[in-house]
Design a binder for this molecule. Structure first.
Ligand code: FAD
Length: 559
Protein backbone atom coordinates (compact mmCIF):
# COMPACT_ATOMS: atom_id res chain seq x y z
CA UNK A 1 0.00 0.00 0.00
CA UNK A 2 1.31 3.51 -0.84
CA UNK A 3 0.60 5.11 2.52
CA UNK A 4 1.29 8.61 1.13
CA UNK A 5 -1.67 8.31 -1.28
CA UNK A 6 -4.30 10.37 0.55
CA UNK A 7 -6.98 7.92 -0.67
CA UNK A 8 -5.37 5.14 1.40
CA UNK A 9 -5.89 6.97 4.68
CA UNK A 10 -8.66 4.70 6.04
CA UNK A 11 -6.68 1.56 5.24
CA UNK A 12 -3.60 3.05 6.90
CA UNK A 13 -5.57 3.97 10.04
CA UNK A 14 -7.05 0.46 10.21
CA UNK A 15 -3.58 -1.03 9.94
CA UNK A 16 -2.26 1.30 12.66
CA UNK A 17 -4.98 0.18 15.07
CA UNK A 18 -4.10 -3.49 14.48
CA UNK A 19 -0.29 -3.38 14.52
CA UNK A 20 1.88 -3.70 17.62
CA UNK A 21 4.78 -1.38 16.83
CA UNK A 22 8.33 -1.41 18.12
CA UNK A 23 8.27 2.38 18.12
CA UNK A 24 5.60 5.08 17.96
CA UNK A 25 6.87 8.61 17.30
CA UNK A 26 4.84 11.68 18.21
CA UNK A 27 5.60 14.54 15.81
CA UNK A 28 6.35 14.68 12.10
CA UNK A 29 8.82 17.56 12.09
CA UNK A 30 12.44 17.08 11.10
CA UNK A 31 13.32 15.35 14.39
CA UNK A 32 10.45 12.86 14.29
CA UNK A 33 10.94 12.22 10.58
CA UNK A 34 14.64 11.55 11.04
CA UNK A 35 13.84 9.22 13.94
CA UNK A 36 11.29 7.32 11.83
CA UNK A 37 13.76 6.80 9.00
CA UNK A 38 16.60 5.78 11.30
CA UNK A 39 14.48 3.30 13.26
CA UNK A 40 12.67 1.82 10.26
CA UNK A 41 15.89 1.38 8.33
CA UNK A 42 17.36 -0.55 11.29
CA UNK A 43 14.41 -2.91 11.02
CA UNK A 44 12.04 -1.55 13.67
CA UNK A 45 8.31 -1.53 13.01
CA UNK A 46 7.59 2.20 13.21
CA UNK A 47 4.54 4.43 13.36
CA UNK A 48 4.65 8.27 13.33
CA UNK A 49 1.72 10.60 13.94
CA UNK A 50 1.41 14.37 13.69
CA UNK A 51 -1.56 16.38 14.93
CA UNK A 52 -1.07 18.92 12.16
CA UNK A 53 0.39 18.41 8.73
CA UNK A 54 3.95 17.05 8.59
CA UNK A 55 6.43 19.90 9.20
CA UNK A 56 3.63 22.32 10.12
CA UNK A 57 5.41 23.12 13.41
CA UNK A 58 8.89 24.62 13.49
CA UNK A 59 10.13 22.51 10.58
CA UNK A 60 8.46 24.67 7.93
CA UNK A 61 9.30 27.95 9.65
CA UNK A 62 13.09 28.04 9.89
CA UNK A 63 15.67 30.11 7.99
CA UNK A 64 15.90 27.09 5.66
CA UNK A 65 19.66 26.81 5.95
CA UNK A 66 21.62 23.63 6.45
CA UNK A 67 24.31 25.37 8.39
CA UNK A 68 26.90 24.89 11.06
CA UNK A 69 25.67 27.90 12.99
CA UNK A 70 28.59 30.28 12.78
CA UNK A 71 27.23 32.32 15.66
CA UNK A 72 27.38 29.32 18.01
CA UNK A 73 31.13 29.51 17.64
CA UNK A 74 30.91 32.89 19.31
CA UNK A 75 29.14 31.11 22.22
CA UNK A 76 31.91 28.47 22.21
CA UNK A 77 29.49 25.65 21.38
CA UNK A 78 32.32 23.78 19.69
CA UNK A 79 30.75 20.30 19.74
CA UNK A 80 27.51 21.61 18.27
CA UNK A 81 29.31 23.50 15.48
CA UNK A 82 31.43 20.46 14.68
CA UNK A 83 28.45 18.09 14.52
CA UNK A 84 26.05 20.22 12.49
CA UNK A 85 28.90 21.62 10.39
CA UNK A 86 29.88 18.12 9.34
CA UNK A 87 26.27 17.09 8.80
CA UNK A 88 25.91 19.72 6.07
CA UNK A 89 27.92 17.74 3.53
CA UNK A 90 26.14 14.50 4.49
CA UNK A 91 22.65 15.92 4.08
CA UNK A 92 23.72 17.55 0.79
CA UNK A 93 24.88 14.15 -0.46
CA UNK A 94 21.57 12.51 0.53
CA UNK A 95 19.46 15.09 -1.33
CA UNK A 96 21.62 17.31 -3.58
CA UNK A 97 18.58 18.85 -5.30
CA UNK A 98 17.14 19.98 -1.97
CA UNK A 99 20.26 20.90 -0.01
CA UNK A 100 22.15 23.27 -2.26
CA UNK A 101 25.56 24.88 -1.70
CA UNK A 102 25.25 28.59 -1.06
CA UNK A 103 28.10 31.03 -0.44
CA UNK A 104 27.46 33.36 2.47
CA UNK A 105 28.92 36.88 2.65
CA UNK A 106 29.80 38.22 6.09
CA UNK A 107 30.48 41.97 5.83
CA UNK A 108 33.07 43.55 8.14
CA UNK A 109 31.58 46.69 9.62
CA UNK A 110 33.62 49.72 10.70
CA UNK A 111 33.62 49.78 14.51
CA UNK A 112 31.78 46.40 14.58
CA UNK A 113 32.41 43.63 17.10
CA UNK A 114 34.79 41.71 14.85
CA UNK A 115 37.65 42.93 12.73
CA UNK A 116 39.28 41.31 9.74
CA UNK A 117 41.66 39.15 11.78
CA UNK A 118 39.11 37.72 14.21
CA UNK A 119 36.56 37.09 11.43
CA UNK A 120 39.16 35.35 9.32
CA UNK A 121 40.23 33.23 12.27
CA UNK A 122 36.62 32.46 13.25
CA UNK A 123 35.72 31.37 9.72
CA UNK A 124 38.84 29.27 9.50
CA UNK A 125 37.96 27.47 12.75
CA UNK A 126 34.43 27.01 11.41
CA UNK A 127 35.77 25.41 8.22
CA UNK A 128 38.11 23.13 10.14
CA UNK A 129 35.44 22.02 12.63
CA UNK A 130 33.00 21.36 9.80
CA UNK A 131 35.60 19.56 7.69
CA UNK A 132 35.05 21.83 4.68
CA UNK A 133 37.10 20.82 1.63
CA UNK A 134 39.96 23.21 0.86
CA UNK A 135 38.52 24.48 -2.44
CA UNK A 136 35.40 25.55 -0.57
CA UNK A 137 37.04 27.15 2.47
CA UNK A 138 36.54 30.76 3.44
CA UNK A 139 38.18 33.61 1.58
CA UNK A 140 38.56 37.14 2.91
CA UNK A 141 37.53 39.86 0.45
CA UNK A 142 38.76 43.44 0.23
CA UNK A 143 36.38 46.39 0.34
CA UNK A 144 36.37 46.57 -3.49
CA UNK A 145 35.83 42.82 -3.92
CA UNK A 146 32.99 42.98 -1.40
CA UNK A 147 31.31 45.84 -3.28
CA UNK A 148 31.62 43.88 -6.52
CA UNK A 149 30.12 40.81 -4.97
CA UNK A 150 27.28 42.76 -3.33
CA UNK A 151 26.93 46.32 -4.65
CA UNK A 152 23.95 47.08 -2.39
CA UNK A 153 26.13 47.00 0.74
CA UNK A 154 26.77 50.34 2.39
CA UNK A 155 30.12 51.67 1.18
CA UNK A 156 30.94 53.98 4.08
CA UNK A 157 30.89 51.35 6.84
CA UNK A 158 31.63 48.05 5.08
CA UNK A 159 35.38 47.51 5.10
CA UNK A 160 35.57 44.08 3.50
CA UNK A 161 34.02 40.68 4.12
CA UNK A 162 34.46 36.96 4.63
CA UNK A 163 32.93 34.57 2.12
CA UNK A 164 32.21 31.08 3.40
CA UNK A 165 30.29 27.92 2.53
CA UNK A 166 26.77 27.05 3.71
CA UNK A 167 23.79 25.19 2.21
CA UNK A 168 20.18 26.25 1.74
CA UNK A 169 17.18 23.98 1.70
CA UNK A 170 13.43 23.82 2.01
CA UNK A 171 12.83 22.60 5.56
CA UNK A 172 9.29 21.26 4.99
CA UNK A 173 10.23 19.39 1.84
CA UNK A 174 13.30 17.94 3.49
CA UNK A 175 11.13 16.69 6.35
CA UNK A 176 8.60 15.23 3.94
CA UNK A 177 11.22 13.44 1.83
CA UNK A 178 12.72 11.93 4.99
CA UNK A 179 9.24 10.67 5.93
CA UNK A 180 8.57 9.29 2.46
CA UNK A 181 11.93 7.55 2.59
CA UNK A 182 10.98 6.10 6.00
CA UNK A 183 7.82 4.74 4.36
CA UNK A 184 9.97 2.81 1.86
CA UNK A 185 11.21 0.92 4.97
CA UNK A 186 7.60 0.23 5.94
CA UNK A 187 7.19 3.03 8.49
CA UNK A 188 3.55 4.06 8.91
CA UNK A 189 3.37 7.87 8.94
CA UNK A 190 0.18 9.90 9.15
CA UNK A 191 -0.78 13.56 9.55
CA UNK A 192 -3.78 15.05 11.40
CA UNK A 193 -3.70 12.42 14.17
CA UNK A 194 -3.24 13.86 17.65
CA UNK A 195 -1.88 12.03 20.67
CA UNK A 196 -4.21 12.91 23.53
CA UNK A 197 -2.99 10.46 26.16
CA UNK A 198 -0.70 7.51 26.79
CA UNK A 199 -1.45 3.83 27.32
CA UNK A 200 0.23 2.35 30.40
CA UNK A 201 0.81 -1.21 31.59
CA UNK A 202 0.35 -2.39 35.16
CA UNK A 203 3.85 -1.21 36.05
CA UNK A 204 2.93 2.28 34.87
CA UNK A 205 5.19 2.12 31.81
CA UNK A 206 4.07 3.69 28.53
CA UNK A 207 2.93 0.99 26.08
CA UNK A 208 1.25 3.09 23.43
CA UNK A 209 -0.74 6.22 22.70
CA UNK A 210 -4.36 7.27 22.63
CA UNK A 211 -5.06 9.32 19.51
CA UNK A 212 -7.79 11.35 17.89
CA UNK A 213 -8.02 11.33 14.12
CA UNK A 214 -8.76 14.99 13.59
CA UNK A 215 -10.58 14.76 10.25
CA UNK A 216 -13.30 12.47 11.62
CA UNK A 217 -12.98 12.93 15.38
CA UNK A 218 -12.60 9.15 15.81
CA UNK A 219 -10.27 7.89 18.49
CA UNK A 220 -7.78 5.07 18.17
CA UNK A 221 -5.18 3.39 20.34
CA UNK A 222 -1.76 2.57 18.94
CA UNK A 223 0.30 -0.03 20.77
CA UNK A 224 4.07 0.21 20.98
CA UNK A 225 7.02 -1.23 22.85
CA UNK A 226 8.50 2.29 22.98
CA UNK A 227 7.12 5.80 22.49
CA UNK A 228 9.28 8.77 21.51
CA UNK A 229 7.97 12.31 21.69
CA UNK A 230 9.58 14.55 19.07
CA UNK A 231 6.86 17.14 19.49
CA UNK A 232 9.04 20.25 19.18
CA UNK A 233 7.42 23.20 20.97
CA UNK A 234 4.76 20.83 22.37
CA UNK A 235 7.22 18.45 24.10
CA UNK A 236 6.44 19.83 27.57
CA UNK A 237 2.68 19.48 27.04
CA UNK A 238 3.16 15.78 26.42
CA UNK A 239 5.55 15.46 29.37
CA UNK A 240 2.86 17.08 31.48
CA UNK A 241 0.26 14.67 30.14
CA UNK A 242 2.70 11.90 31.07
CA UNK A 243 3.09 13.49 34.55
CA UNK A 244 6.84 13.68 33.99
CA UNK A 245 7.38 17.42 33.52
CA UNK A 246 10.20 17.98 35.97
CA UNK A 247 13.74 19.36 35.78
CA UNK A 248 14.62 21.11 32.55
CA UNK A 249 11.84 22.76 30.58
CA UNK A 250 11.36 24.30 27.17
CA UNK A 251 11.86 27.98 26.54
CA UNK A 252 10.08 29.02 23.35
CA UNK A 253 11.40 31.90 21.28
CA UNK A 254 9.76 33.30 18.16
CA UNK A 255 11.70 33.86 14.95
CA UNK A 256 10.19 35.83 12.08
CA UNK A 257 11.19 36.02 8.40
CA UNK A 258 9.84 38.56 5.94
CA UNK A 259 9.63 38.14 2.16
CA UNK A 260 10.25 40.93 -0.35
CA UNK A 261 10.11 40.89 -4.16
CA UNK A 262 13.66 40.37 -5.41
CA UNK A 263 13.42 43.47 -7.60
CA UNK A 264 12.72 45.54 -4.45
CA UNK A 265 15.61 43.96 -2.57
CA UNK A 266 17.93 42.77 -5.36
CA UNK A 267 20.80 41.25 -3.34
CA UNK A 268 23.04 39.27 -5.65
CA UNK A 269 23.87 36.76 -2.99
CA UNK A 270 23.16 35.65 0.58
CA UNK A 271 24.47 38.04 3.25
CA UNK A 272 24.77 37.51 7.02
CA UNK A 273 24.94 40.96 8.59
CA UNK A 274 24.99 42.79 11.92
CA UNK A 275 21.93 44.37 13.48
CA UNK A 276 22.25 47.47 15.67
CA UNK A 277 21.52 45.36 18.80
CA UNK A 278 24.45 43.03 18.07
CA UNK A 279 22.36 40.17 16.67
CA UNK A 280 22.93 38.87 13.16
CA UNK A 281 20.40 38.42 10.40
CA UNK A 282 20.34 36.72 6.97
CA UNK A 283 19.17 38.19 3.66
CA UNK A 284 18.73 35.31 1.23
CA UNK A 285 17.78 35.67 -2.44
CA UNK A 286 15.60 32.83 -3.69
CA UNK A 287 14.07 32.86 -7.18
CA UNK A 288 11.85 35.89 -7.54
CA UNK A 289 12.05 36.95 -3.87
CA UNK A 290 14.52 37.81 -1.12
CA UNK A 291 13.77 36.76 2.45
CA UNK A 292 15.18 38.32 5.59
CA UNK A 293 15.36 36.90 9.10
CA UNK A 294 15.23 36.22 11.84
CA UNK A 295 14.07 37.79 15.08
CA UNK A 296 14.51 36.05 18.44
CA UNK A 297 12.01 36.99 21.15
CA UNK A 298 10.49 35.12 24.09
CA UNK A 299 7.11 33.62 23.25
CA UNK A 300 4.13 32.57 25.37
CA UNK A 301 1.24 32.68 22.87
CA UNK A 302 -0.57 30.19 20.67
CA UNK A 303 1.84 27.47 19.51
CA UNK A 304 -0.05 26.34 16.43
CA UNK A 305 -0.08 29.73 14.76
CA UNK A 306 2.64 32.12 15.84
CA UNK A 307 2.27 35.31 13.85
CA UNK A 308 4.44 38.06 12.49
CA UNK A 309 3.60 41.43 14.00
CA UNK A 310 4.50 44.93 12.98
CA UNK A 311 7.36 45.23 15.46
CA UNK A 312 9.04 42.15 13.96
CA UNK A 313 8.73 43.58 10.45
CA UNK A 314 10.01 47.02 11.42
CA UNK A 315 12.99 45.53 13.27
CA UNK A 316 14.03 43.50 10.21
CA UNK A 317 13.42 46.38 7.78
CA UNK A 318 15.41 48.84 9.92
CA UNK A 319 18.37 46.46 9.98
CA UNK A 320 18.24 45.88 6.21
CA UNK A 321 17.90 49.60 5.43
CA UNK A 322 20.91 50.33 7.61
CA UNK A 323 23.26 47.98 5.75
CA UNK A 324 21.65 48.26 2.29
CA UNK A 325 20.71 51.99 2.37
CA UNK A 326 19.77 52.40 -1.29
CA UNK A 327 16.84 49.99 -1.12
CA UNK A 328 14.66 52.03 1.28
CA UNK A 329 12.40 49.17 2.20
CA UNK A 330 9.03 49.87 3.82
CA UNK A 331 6.31 47.71 5.34
CA UNK A 332 4.36 48.00 2.07
CA UNK A 333 7.17 46.10 0.29
CA UNK A 334 6.72 43.01 2.45
CA UNK A 335 4.64 40.49 0.49
CA UNK A 336 4.71 37.52 2.84
CA UNK A 337 6.22 36.28 6.08
CA UNK A 338 6.41 33.35 8.46
CA UNK A 339 6.98 32.98 12.17
CA UNK A 340 8.38 29.89 13.90
CA UNK A 341 9.03 28.79 17.47
CA UNK A 342 12.41 27.52 18.63
CA UNK A 343 11.90 24.75 21.19
CA UNK A 344 15.00 25.63 23.23
CA UNK A 345 15.99 24.29 26.63
CA UNK A 346 15.55 26.90 29.37
CA UNK A 347 18.63 28.11 31.22
CA UNK A 348 18.17 30.51 34.14
CA UNK A 349 19.32 34.04 33.47
CA UNK A 350 19.91 33.59 29.72
CA UNK A 351 18.12 35.67 27.09
CA UNK A 352 16.47 34.23 23.97
CA UNK A 353 19.56 34.70 21.79
CA UNK A 354 21.94 33.32 24.42
CA UNK A 355 20.17 29.97 24.89
CA UNK A 356 21.97 26.92 23.58
CA UNK A 357 20.70 25.25 20.39
CA UNK A 358 21.85 21.84 21.64
CA UNK A 359 19.33 19.01 21.70
CA UNK A 360 18.37 17.26 24.90
CA UNK A 361 16.80 13.86 25.60
CA UNK A 362 14.49 13.33 28.60
CA UNK A 363 13.52 9.84 29.77
CA UNK A 364 10.62 9.66 32.21
CA UNK A 365 10.06 7.05 34.91
CA UNK A 366 7.27 5.76 32.70
CA UNK A 367 9.86 5.29 29.90
CA UNK A 368 8.56 7.99 27.62
CA UNK A 369 11.54 9.34 25.68
CA UNK A 370 11.29 13.01 24.66
CA UNK A 371 13.73 14.91 22.48
CA UNK A 372 13.80 18.68 22.02
CA UNK A 373 16.07 21.53 21.03
CA UNK A 374 18.65 21.04 18.29
CA UNK A 375 18.73 22.16 14.68
CA UNK A 376 17.10 21.09 11.46
CA UNK A 377 20.65 20.51 10.19
CA UNK A 378 21.32 17.99 12.95
CA UNK A 379 18.14 15.95 12.48
CA UNK A 380 20.01 12.80 11.43
CA UNK A 381 22.41 12.79 14.37
CA UNK A 382 19.63 13.62 16.84
CA UNK A 383 17.67 10.68 15.43
CA UNK A 384 20.68 8.42 15.77
CA UNK A 385 21.05 9.29 19.46
CA UNK A 386 17.38 8.63 20.19
CA UNK A 387 17.18 5.42 18.20
CA UNK A 388 20.35 4.10 19.86
CA UNK A 389 18.54 4.50 23.19
CA UNK A 390 15.39 2.86 21.86
CA UNK A 391 17.40 -0.06 20.43
CA UNK A 392 19.16 -0.51 23.76
CA UNK A 393 15.88 -0.67 25.66
CA UNK A 394 14.24 -3.02 23.13
CA UNK A 395 17.22 -5.35 23.46
CA UNK A 396 17.19 -5.29 27.25
CA UNK A 397 13.46 -5.50 27.74
CA UNK A 398 12.30 -7.63 24.79
CA UNK A 399 15.54 -9.21 23.55
CA UNK A 400 15.01 -7.60 20.15
CA UNK A 401 18.14 -6.97 18.14
CA UNK A 402 18.52 -4.09 15.69
CA UNK A 403 21.52 -3.04 13.64
CA UNK A 404 23.50 0.20 13.80
CA UNK A 405 22.55 3.50 12.15
CA UNK A 406 22.51 3.44 8.33
CA UNK A 407 21.01 6.77 7.39
CA UNK A 408 24.20 8.41 6.09
CA UNK A 409 23.93 5.98 3.17
CA UNK A 410 20.21 6.20 2.41
CA UNK A 411 19.45 8.63 -0.41
CA UNK A 412 16.24 10.53 0.19
CA UNK A 413 13.19 10.23 -2.07
CA UNK A 414 13.64 12.49 -5.07
CA UNK A 415 17.40 11.92 -5.13
CA UNK A 416 17.87 8.21 -5.73
CA UNK A 417 19.27 8.88 -9.24
CA UNK A 418 20.78 12.29 -8.49
CA UNK A 419 24.22 11.60 -7.09
CA UNK A 420 25.52 15.15 -6.74
CA UNK A 421 25.09 18.81 -7.70
CA UNK A 422 26.40 18.11 -11.23
CA UNK A 423 23.75 15.45 -11.77
CA UNK A 424 21.09 17.88 -10.53
CA UNK A 425 22.29 20.49 -13.02
CA UNK A 426 22.19 17.99 -15.90
CA UNK A 427 18.71 16.86 -14.84
CA UNK A 428 17.51 20.47 -14.73
CA UNK A 429 18.78 20.98 -18.30
CA UNK A 430 16.60 18.04 -19.40
CA UNK A 431 13.58 19.54 -17.64
CA UNK A 432 14.28 22.96 -19.20
CA UNK A 433 14.37 21.33 -22.65
CA UNK A 434 10.80 20.16 -22.06
CA UNK A 435 9.45 23.32 -20.43
CA UNK A 436 11.11 26.25 -22.18
CA UNK A 437 9.53 25.56 -25.61
CA UNK A 438 6.14 25.76 -23.88
CA UNK A 439 6.84 29.29 -22.63
CA UNK A 440 8.01 28.38 -19.12
CA UNK A 441 11.14 29.96 -17.62
CA UNK A 442 14.41 28.57 -16.30
CA UNK A 443 13.11 29.58 -12.86
CA UNK A 444 10.03 27.34 -13.35
CA UNK A 445 12.29 24.39 -14.17
CA UNK A 446 14.60 25.16 -11.27
CA UNK A 447 11.65 25.39 -8.86
CA UNK A 448 10.40 21.94 -9.87
CA UNK A 449 13.82 20.30 -9.74
CA UNK A 450 14.77 21.80 -6.38
CA UNK A 451 11.37 21.01 -4.89
CA UNK A 452 10.83 17.50 -6.20
CA UNK A 453 14.17 16.26 -7.55
CA UNK A 454 13.71 13.35 -9.96
CA UNK A 455 10.02 13.25 -9.00
CA UNK A 456 9.66 16.12 -11.48
CA UNK A 457 9.42 13.36 -14.12
CA UNK A 458 6.01 11.97 -13.11
CA UNK A 459 4.69 15.51 -12.53
CA UNK A 460 5.76 16.57 -16.01
CA UNK A 461 4.50 13.37 -17.62
CA UNK A 462 1.09 14.07 -16.06
CA UNK A 463 1.22 17.68 -17.25
CA UNK A 464 2.46 16.97 -20.78
CA UNK A 465 -0.42 14.56 -21.36
CA UNK A 466 -2.85 17.47 -20.95
CA UNK A 467 -4.22 19.54 -23.77
CA UNK A 468 -3.65 22.91 -22.05
CA UNK A 469 -0.04 23.47 -21.13
CA UNK A 470 -0.56 26.49 -18.88
CA UNK A 471 1.03 27.36 -15.50
CA UNK A 472 -2.28 26.53 -13.81
CA UNK A 473 -2.32 23.06 -15.37
CA UNK A 474 1.27 22.49 -14.25
CA UNK A 475 0.25 23.50 -10.72
CA UNK A 476 -2.67 21.05 -10.90
CA UNK A 477 -0.22 18.31 -11.90
CA UNK A 478 1.79 19.15 -8.78
CA UNK A 479 -1.44 18.81 -6.82
CA UNK A 480 -2.13 15.43 -8.43
CA UNK A 481 1.32 14.36 -7.23
CA UNK A 482 0.61 15.80 -3.77
CA UNK A 483 -2.65 13.84 -3.49
CA UNK A 484 -1.22 10.56 -4.73
CA UNK A 485 2.33 10.63 -3.32
CA UNK A 486 2.57 13.19 -0.51
CA UNK A 487 -0.53 12.86 1.71
CA UNK A 488 -1.91 16.30 0.86
CA UNK A 489 -5.11 16.67 2.90
CA UNK A 490 -5.76 20.42 2.95
CA UNK A 491 -4.98 23.37 0.64
CA UNK A 492 -2.51 24.68 3.23
CA UNK A 493 -0.57 21.41 3.08
CA UNK A 494 -0.20 22.03 -0.63
CA UNK A 495 0.42 25.77 -0.74
CA UNK A 496 2.65 25.91 2.33
CA UNK A 497 4.47 22.62 3.07
CA UNK A 498 4.55 20.90 -0.38
CA UNK A 499 5.24 23.86 -2.68
CA UNK A 500 6.34 26.74 -0.40
CA UNK A 501 4.19 29.06 -2.53
CA UNK A 502 2.56 30.80 0.41
CA UNK A 503 5.96 32.30 1.17
CA UNK A 504 7.87 32.31 -2.09
CA UNK A 505 5.12 32.96 -4.63
CA UNK A 506 2.08 34.22 -2.74
CA UNK A 507 0.71 35.86 -5.91
CA UNK A 508 0.26 32.43 -7.49
CA UNK A 509 -1.68 31.27 -4.41
CA UNK A 510 -4.07 34.21 -4.75
CA UNK A 511 -4.39 33.66 -8.49
CA UNK A 512 -5.05 29.91 -8.49
CA UNK A 513 -6.61 29.15 -5.11
CA UNK A 514 -10.19 28.90 -6.34
CA UNK A 515 -9.42 26.26 -8.97
CA UNK A 516 -7.23 24.34 -6.53
CA UNK A 517 -9.98 24.43 -3.89
CA UNK A 518 -12.40 22.97 -6.41
CA UNK A 519 -9.88 20.21 -7.13
CA UNK A 520 -9.88 19.39 -3.41
CA UNK A 521 -13.66 19.27 -3.38
CA UNK A 522 -13.67 16.85 -6.31
CA UNK A 523 -10.82 14.69 -5.06
CA UNK A 524 -12.16 14.19 -1.53
CA UNK A 525 -15.87 14.65 -2.28
CA UNK A 526 -16.04 17.51 0.25
CA UNK A 527 -19.45 18.79 1.24
CA UNK A 528 -20.13 22.54 1.29
CA UNK A 529 -19.28 22.91 4.98
CA UNK A 530 -15.84 21.30 4.61
CA UNK A 531 -15.20 23.33 1.46
CA UNK A 532 -16.14 26.58 3.21
CA UNK A 533 -13.97 25.72 6.22
CA UNK A 534 -10.86 25.05 4.16
CA UNK A 535 -11.45 28.06 1.92
CA UNK A 536 -11.74 30.31 4.98
CA UNK A 537 -8.67 28.78 6.56
CA UNK A 538 -6.58 29.29 3.40
CA UNK A 539 -7.75 32.87 3.05
CA UNK A 540 -6.93 33.52 6.68
CA UNK A 541 -3.45 32.05 6.19
CA UNK A 542 -2.84 34.35 3.21
CA UNK A 543 -4.02 37.29 5.30
CA UNK A 544 -1.87 36.33 8.27
CA UNK A 545 1.25 35.88 6.12
CA UNK A 546 0.87 39.28 4.51
CA UNK A 547 -0.56 41.63 7.14
CA UNK A 548 1.14 42.62 10.34
CA UNK A 549 -0.88 43.72 13.35
CA UNK A 550 0.73 45.78 16.07
CA UNK A 551 0.80 44.67 19.70
CA UNK A 552 -0.51 41.53 21.34
CA UNK A 553 -2.45 39.14 19.15
CA UNK A 554 -5.69 37.33 19.90
CA UNK A 555 -5.43 33.59 20.49
CA UNK A 556 -6.15 31.52 17.38
CA UNK A 557 -6.72 27.79 16.98
CA UNK A 558 -4.85 26.00 14.19
CA UNK A 559 -6.38 23.44 11.82
P1 FAD B 1 8.66 20.57 14.96
O1 FAD B 1 9.01 20.80 13.55
O2 FAD B 1 7.92 21.65 15.63
O3 FAD B 1 7.80 19.24 14.98
C1 FAD B 1 7.04 18.85 16.10
C2 FAD B 1 5.74 18.25 15.58
O4 FAD B 1 5.06 17.60 16.65
C3 FAD B 1 4.78 19.30 15.03
O5 FAD B 1 4.58 19.07 13.65
C4 FAD B 1 3.51 19.10 15.85
O6 FAD B 1 2.33 19.25 15.11
C5 FAD B 1 3.68 17.69 16.38
N1 FAD B 1 2.94 17.43 17.62
C6 FAD B 1 2.97 18.19 18.74
N2 FAD B 1 2.14 17.67 19.68
C7 FAD B 1 1.58 16.57 19.14
C8 FAD B 1 0.60 15.63 19.59
N3 FAD B 1 0.05 15.71 20.82
N4 FAD B 1 0.22 14.63 18.75
C9 FAD B 1 0.76 14.54 17.51
N5 FAD B 1 1.66 15.43 17.02
C10 FAD B 1 2.08 16.42 17.82
N6 FAD B 1 17.71 24.97 12.10
C11 FAD B 1 18.61 24.82 11.10
O7 FAD B 1 19.30 23.82 11.03
N7 FAD B 1 18.78 25.79 10.14
C12 FAD B 1 18.10 26.95 10.16
O8 FAD B 1 18.25 27.78 9.26
C13 FAD B 1 17.20 27.16 11.23
N8 FAD B 1 16.53 28.32 11.33
C14 FAD B 1 15.57 28.48 12.28
C15 FAD B 1 14.85 29.67 12.30
C16 FAD B 1 13.78 29.81 13.17
C17 FAD B 1 13.01 31.08 13.18
C18 FAD B 1 13.43 28.75 14.03
C19 FAD B 1 12.24 28.89 14.92
C20 FAD B 1 14.18 27.58 14.05
C21 FAD B 1 15.26 27.43 13.18
N9 FAD B 1 16.03 26.28 13.14
C22 FAD B 1 16.99 26.11 12.17
C23 FAD B 1 15.77 25.17 14.07
C24 FAD B 1 14.90 24.09 13.43
O9 FAD B 1 13.91 24.65 12.63
C25 FAD B 1 14.27 23.22 14.50
O10 FAD B 1 15.28 22.76 15.34
C26 FAD B 1 13.53 22.02 13.94
O11 FAD B 1 12.70 22.37 12.87
C27 FAD B 1 12.72 21.39 15.05
O12 FAD B 1 12.06 20.28 14.53
P2 FAD B 1 11.21 19.35 15.45
O13 FAD B 1 10.83 18.17 14.63
O14 FAD B 1 11.93 19.06 16.72
O15 FAD B 1 9.93 20.21 15.85
Amino acid sequence: MNIFDSKNRSALLASMAETHYDLVIIGGGATGAGTALDAASRGMKVCLVDKQDFAAGTSSRSTKLIHGGLRYLKQLEIALVREVGRERATVHRLAPHLVVAEKMLLPLIKGGTYGRFSTSLGLMVYDVLAGVESADQRVMLSKEETQQREPLLREDIVEGSGLYAEYRTDDARLTLEVLKTAATFDAHCINYVEVTDFLYNKKNKVVGVVCEELLTGKSLNIKARQVVSAAGPWVDELREQNKSLEGKRLHLTKGVHIVLPHDRFPVKQSVYYDMPDGRMVFAIPRGTITYVGTTDTDYHGNKERPRTNLEDVEYLLDGANRIFPSVNLTVEDVISSWAGLRPLIHEDGKSASELSRKDEIFVSDTKLISIAGGKLTGYRKMAERVVDRVAKRLKKKFDLEFGPVRTSKIDLCGATTLANAEAVKAYQKRIEAKLLPLGFSVHDASYLVHNYGEQTDPILAHFLAKENKTPLELLRSELWFGFSQEMVISPMDFFSRRTGRLYFDIASVREHKDVILEDFRTHFGWDDARFAQDKAYLEQAIEEASTFPAGRLPEAKGL
